[in-house]
Design a protein around this ligand. Sequence first.
Ligand code: PLP
Length: 353
Amino acid sequence: MDIHVEPIMESRLTDSTFDSLLFGVEFSDHMLLAQTEQGQWQDATILPYGNLSIPPSLSALHYGQSVFEGMKAFYVNESTVHLFRLDDHYERLTNSCHRISIPVPPKEMFIEGLKKLVALDRAWVPNKENHSLYIRPVAFASDPIIAAKASTEYTFMIICSPVGPYYPTGVKPLDLTTSTEYVRAVVGGTGYAKAAGNYAASFQPAQEVRKDGFAQIIWLDALEHRFVEEVGTMNIFFKLKDRLITPKLTGSILSGITRLSVIALAQEMGIEVSEERIDIHDMIAAFKDGELEEVFGAGTAAVIAPFGRIHHQGENIQFDLEGRGPFATKIHKAITDLQYGRVVDTHGWVHPV
Ligand SMILES: *Cc1c(COP(=O)(O)O)cnc(C)c1O
């Protein structure tokens, strides 16, 4: 599989590009593009970032057959940037593609294409604290046909967006609420896939709770509205006095790469970690007993986001917090130290480019 490169004539990067970056608004000079022919992936091309021409009948627009990934490249020094846990991202893309009936892009195209693209656009990886180049692979149905069936042909792209710190004005604990009206995913559905449609259905409920001053919804299980699943675009962790717990993957929860890193690094710190079904009522009780010390979210974009308040049907878990709690701070440092190459990676997670 070849990756053909059509370089830009002149970079769009300027001295002020990284000055006040909003998330996902700026894009680097190049993108990777590949398509299937008769369902078989063809050679990829890296070409100047630019608009696509699509038919109004594009299958993905009508039926949402689209999956994506989200990862980052980190500035280490003048000659090195780091990619993180590429094999895990590829494995998840594979699982997402299977569920949404999309032919899996070849591993070589994904890994080598990503490395080549990031190497070419390395000047777009900001050399600034807590900045990175966010990388968005996406695969979608591209038949120009509106029959309700899986497409025959597909498109795969990787685009890159320089991003600043998730909390530009300092880390602020988030106020969250559960919902017993809406659910994100149901066992048997598509919750474990990074599918575009999962997001489409979550925006309206999230907008509703924002009116009441909540940043996000804590999604509960669809059947009993009792078991904690996820928060917006993050997995969730509860730090109890004697252990760290996170919801176990039941099929309706996305397997976050940051989640995997938190579990592994906490265990290395000597903390007992367990994946279990977590009843929100048990967590409210643990908070009242003084057993619950911290609650935080984990995801590529925010890395570790502290939660200040969790509201559930008139009851509250509320922490008196300025930024991240002590454990969240420690785990955030452990992850970012690896990503930015400040410590030696003994896990095989880091890929220098
Ligand atoms: C991407 C995503 C996460 C976080 O996964 P990471 O691999 O850690 O970025 C969590 N939940 C949902 C719904 C997601 O889409």
